[in-house]
Design a protein around this ligand. Structure first.
Ligand SMILES: *Cc1c(COP(=O)(O)O)cnc(C)c1O
Length: 383
């Protein structure tokens, strides 16, 4: 299967330590080989030699928009529709606050209580939260959902829900943190979308997030965090605020230039990738893992590959020590409380042989109860 994989050459683009099967690319993508040189250039050449001139000559000033345009095709967006910067949590706040201002007579925000908690923590100050399982959108200002669930990997049918939400007069906000880079994403019908670049996109720890705003809202939507970067003329330093036209209105402030350099290196790779091949390989990798693990563990992810993202999760009440035992044997997944073992498959660098090795190690840890070793019981700060 590896020999016939059309994406097989992309693995050479990444630094992957010997003896490690890395199945956590859904949390922190692996390091692209080209990133070190690109970041070194930003530090030594741009910052070191151009100093403050780098804002003009190295393109730092325009980075939130230029990288937004480069990233846009990965989410089905066009130029001038995506802005990069800040974090996903901040982008969520901007999107939901903008939606509430566009629907001033409504204050309900429909969310999924099982979503990655930051999304719900961030918006609970803004309005009244209602769980999506109630299926009621008619008085909602906005509906905020993750395309792929971070814990189970379950995937929503985006066009179907988007249409239903918009028919009810609410605005649809997609969080694509766990789908961008794992499949073809299409936010073009959504009102807003947010996502991060350090998971499948491989832009590195702390890499900036992105915010998509549908062009039909560019004239009316407002930025609730109107920093100087979003002013119509930032370098006029006017005492009063005037919003920029277009997507620049949704910038906040100074971009994290060194992190943008790592994102640019990652995007160099993505510009050569066929997302249909990514999705096909992702479904094959996750299906193989589900088959090889078999009945050894209870599956927490949908069994139908079409209905899940690029991860496979299982329940185990001692999931934490099981995962520690696996990591000790070179198979890196992660644990999500209270009882989920999570394995992410990054089609650009995960091989089919890695899936075999991971499943064999998992069977050994379970069959021999290797996880009962007391070294694995104590929880580290990051699980
Ligand atoms: C990873 C992830 C985030 C990350 O939020 P940060 O603000 O970057 O820490 C947010 N929401 C979802 C759904 C995620 O999967």
């Amino acid at each position: 299967m590896d020999a016939e994989d059309p994406l097989r050459d992309f693995r050479q683009e990444f630094v992957l330590p010997d003896g490690v099967v890395y199945l956590v690319g859904n949390s922190l993508g692996a390091l692209p080989r080209r990133t070190s040189a690109r970041v070194a250039r930003a530090v030594e050449e741009e910052w070191g030699r151009q100093l403050v001139g780098g804002w003009n000559s190295a393109g730092w000033y325009a980075q939130p928009l230029t990288t937004g345009d480069r990233l846009a095709p990965l989410i089905g967006a066009g130029p001038g529709q995506v802005v990069v910067g800040n974090t996903t949590s901040i982008a969520v706040y901007q999107a939901v606050a903008a939606a509430l201002r566009l629907r001033p007579d409504r204050n309900v925000i429909v969310v999924d209580r099982t979503n990655f908690p930051t999304d719900n923590y961030i918006v609970h100050e803004l309005g009244e939260l209602r769980d999506v399982s109630e299926g009621r959108f008619e008085d909602a200002a906005a509906v905020l959902l993750s395309e792929v669930d971070y814990r189970t990997g379950a995937r929503y049918d985006v066009p179907e829900i988007t249409a239903k939400v918009q028919e009810a007069g609410a605005l649809m906000i997609w969080d694509v943190c766990h789908s961008v880079g794992a499949m073809r994403v299409d936010v073009s019908q959504a009102d807003f979308a947010v996502g991060c670049t350090y998971k499948y996109l491989n832009a590195g720890p702390g890499a900036p997030a992105f915010l998509y705003v549908n062009p039909r809202h560019h004239a009316e939507a407002s930025n609730v965090l109107p920093g100087w970067y979003s002013h119509a003329e930032p370098f006029a330093f006017e005492p009063d605020y005037r919003p920029a036209e277009g997507i620049r209105r949704f910038t906040v402030s100074t971009p994290h230039v060194l992190s943008f350099a790592a994102l640019e290196a990652a995007l160099d790779i993505w510009e050569r990738v066929d997302l249909d091949q990514v999705r096909a390989k992702s479904m094959a990798l996750t299906s193989l893992f589900v088959d090889l693990v078999g009945d050894a563990l209870e599956l927490a992810s949908p069994r139908d590959a079409e209905r899940r993202g690029s991860q496979v999760s299982f329940f185990h009440e001692d999931g934490y020590p099981v995962m520690r035992a696996l990591i000790d044997r070179g198979v890196h997944g992660d644990f999500r409380a209270p009882d989920i073992l999570r394995f992410g498959f990054a089609p650009l660098y995960t091989r089919f042989v890695d899936v075999y090795d991971a499943a064999a190690t998992l069977h050994e840890v379970l069959d021999k109860e290797l996880w009962r070793d007391e070294r694995y019981a104590r929880r580290l700060a990051v699980t």
